[in-house]
Structures are given as C-alpha cells and as structure tokens.
Design a protein around this ligand. Structure first.
Ligand SMILES: [Zn+2]
Length: 315
C-alpha cells in the first residue's frame, strides 16, 4: 500500500514519510521483480472468484488517494519495470473540489505563523501549542484523533474554522505544494490507456464511512464509481475504504459497496490475503520513509511464511 511519492529529502510536510522516496520505491520494484510476481488487482480477484492458482508469491501494488506524484514519479518507473498497479481515486480531490481533510490540517498547522490555535470542540475550548515543529506534529495528531469522533459535516466545519484562524489554506493552483497535488483527468486517462494502471474508487470526500448516515454512505460509494467509469470509459469494480482500519467500515458499508457493483474492497488492516479471504475485507502491507528496506523485505517474508504455514495445515 502506497500513497504519494517524492524526490525531495527531509521535507517537514512529509514528516510522516507517507510520500515514499522515489529511490526507495525503485528498490521496492527491483526487489519485488526479483522475488515476487507483481499481478494486477483484478487478476487477483479473478483467481479468487474462479478458485484458480495464483502465480507463486503474487503481490499487488496499490496507491491511495490520487496524488499527482503517482504519474510524475511513479508511472515512469512502473513502466520501466512493467509493474501493474491500481490507484484509488478520491474524486472530490481529483476534481479539485476539496482536499482530503487530514491533509488540510497538516498544511494549515505546518505553515502557519501563529504559535497557538484555540478551537471550540464539543462545547469545550481547546488550545494547541504550535511553537515548534514537534509541537505542531503533536497538534496535528491530537486534532486528527479528536475529529474522528465528529460527523463528517461538523468535521469539515471544524477544518474550515481552523484554516481561517491559522490564516493558511491549501488551494488548487500553482502554489499547491508538490506533496498535495492531485492527479488530473488527462494524467489518469494516459495511465489508464497504458493498460498497466487500473483505477478504483476511494469515495468522493474521504469520510469515515462507518460514521456516515446511510444516505451519505451510499453517495460516497456510488458517485465515484460513476465518475470514473464515465471519464475512463471502463468498468470500475475496485473499491478502497478511506482510513481502512477495523473501525472505518462495518457490515453496512460492505453491503453498500457490494450492492454498488464493486467486486472487492481494500482495507489498511495489516496482513496477507489468500483464496479464503473475504474480498470486501482485503488486507494490505503499508510502508513509509520512516522504515528501512529490511522492514519492507521482512514484512513480505513474514507474510509468505504465514501463508506457507496455512497451506501446510490445509493440505
Ligand atoms: Zn485515503
């Protein structure tokens, strides 16, 4: 599971390492090409549905959200290595209607000249210290956790107010920092036409689906499918839950995704998938700049060992 990519070192805006360094990504591809079979996500789903054997050590590459760096930095490498991948698009981000809310929080706090933030939340006024980079990182983390308990509208209202108070706001224009830029439809169409990259839906506005009303949940799941299918003139059967942890989706969400016509849904729950895995709770392995190549290799190796043990038990 990847998000954005970067060719810059030690940027404050990428302190969490979510935008993987392109040299690291290249090492990943070299390693995967040597020891694994990189297959498209829809091929994996097809194998599960038809109960046919997968290539040995099969892996699937996925990118969440739809960052422009997937095209500018990732696509050339994916072509060079002939590595298929799926990119999950948050369509309000791609259509430049709104940025994903955690990214808005990060940007406003990291770039503000204010040394503190005062915000009312649930009838209480909270004060966040923004005096140092470390304090800012802590404030971002605390605010993200607090906001997860609000409903989607209240959460977005909070972020609007916070941006006003900090006098910093991400904008869709030439000033948008590289790490926050969204893919454009022409870039998406070019990648789609290569047949190497497939596109899946990752909602319109990146809400926590489990906390949405049925109406909003339905809209967030069905709308991006329609938009992507219209823009690419291809079926869009792949879905990925925003945040993707155990508490970000529930049985109702899974049912809604199935009824919308998707054939699988990906989570961020750590683990490996096999023929018995529920296609609407697919697990993934994440990575970031904060861990080394050994961590990446070990995660894959451990997953393979788990699968081998399972296989021995079954046969
Ligand atoms: Zn996401």
């Amino acid at each position: 599971m990847y998000h954005g990519l970067t060719d810059q070192d030690d940027q404050l805006e990428n302190y969490h390492g979510k935008h993987l360094h392109i040299q690291t990504f290249k090492k990943h591809l070299e390693y995967l090409k040597k020891y694994y079979s990189i297959i498209p996500l829809d091929t994996f789903v097809e194998h599960v549905l038809t109960k046919t054997t997968l290539p040995k050590n099969a892996v699937v590459l996925t990118f969440d959200d739809g960052y422009e760096s997937n095209f500018t930095l990732g696509f050339p490498l994916l072509k060079e290595f002939n590595a298929p991948a799926t990119i999950f698009l948050t369509t309000d981000f791609i259509e430049q209607k709104q940025f994903i809310w955690p990214n808005r929080i990060e940007y406003a706090i990291l770039t503000t000249r204010h040394s503190s933030l005062r915000m009312p939340i649930k009838n209480e006024e909270l004060v966040f210290d923004l005096n140092s980079d470390e304090a800012k990182k802590k404030a971002i983390n605390d605010i993200k956790i607090l906001l997860k308990s609000l409903d989607h509208t209240q959460r977005l209202e909070f972020v609007d107010e916070m941006e006003k108070s900090l006098e910093q706001k991400l904008m869709f224009n030439e000033t948008t920092p590289l790490t926050h830029r969204a893919l454009s439809w022409p870039q998406i169409q070019e990648m789609s036409q290569s047949n190497l990259i497939t596109f899946g839906a990752h909602t319109c506005s990146h809400p926590i689906l489990a906390l949405c009303t049925s109406e909003l949940m339905d809209k967030e799941i069905t709308t991006p499918k329609k938009i992507i299918e219209e823009k690419l003139n291809k079926n869009c059967p792949l879905f990925c839950y925003p945040y993707g942890g155990e508490d970000s989706f529930n049985e109702q969400t899974k049912k809604c995704v199935q009824e919308a016509g998707f054939c699988c849904a990906l989570t961020t729950i750590t683990g490996t998938n096999d023929a018995l895995t529920d296609l609407f709770t697919l697990k993934r392995l994440g990575t970031s700049n904060l861990v080394g190549m050994d961590n990446f290799e070990n995660k894959l190796l451990n997953s393979r060992r788990t699968l081998d043990r399972l296989r021995k038990k079954l046969f």
